[in-house]
Design a binder for this molecule. Sequence first.
Ligand code: 8X3
Length: 251
Amino acid sequence: MIAFITGASAGIGEATAKELAKAGMDLIICGRRKDRLETLAQHIQNTFHTKTKILTFDVGVRQEVENAINSLEEDWQNIDILVNNAGNAHGLSTIQDGNVEDWEKMIDYNVKGLLYVSNCIIPKMINQQKGHIVNIGSIAGKENYPKGNVYCASKSAVVALSESMRMDLVAHKIKVSVVNPGAVETEFSLVRFKGDAQKASQVYQGYTPLSAEDIAEIIAFMVTRPSHVNIADVLVLPLAQASATVWNKEV
Ligand code: 8X3
């Protein structure tokens, strides 16, 4: 089995790579940070002894995505699982204070990037008449919250596209799933708050957030079900989170 994972250089993508290698899969790990991908590939080869292929590209740049995926050798063409994980939150502001470049980054990575990668891999899955696409959504794709505007809209698009893809691809025996996490402690908040570590760490204070590994284990479970089972849509929250805005924090 070959799994293709975007955004594999950190966070949920990196943890998912490890979980899927543990399950015996060969991996195509993708991201922008080549050195981190190389360290991950080395770790996987030493620990799980499965094969890894590194693809370095910016998911938001269509030509880079197409060039990278078209460069795959014959042995790596038969992709069984695609994890569309790459994505980001840039800024947390009211719409009137929003930064257009932040909006573009979120739409480019979370929506257009997912489409560029899927567009290259779906034909391979159709040829095989099998495959499984797992999109990483968010609770922000299920519920909007103040200042979430464009991020929430981009994740709503991920949820919508997951449903649509499932409908369009069912005739080709391709499963499509979406995993919608609440608060997961990764680089997510550091990026959202543009490197402000203090603001970022506050997001995870007073409760135990989900870890990247928590989400990776769920993805691994989803993609290792029997062929007739598709877990279509999962919302996963930390104990202290009841919705996008309702919390039980100890602060
Ligand atoms: C990340 C979760 O609640 O910060 O997608 O939007 S949240």
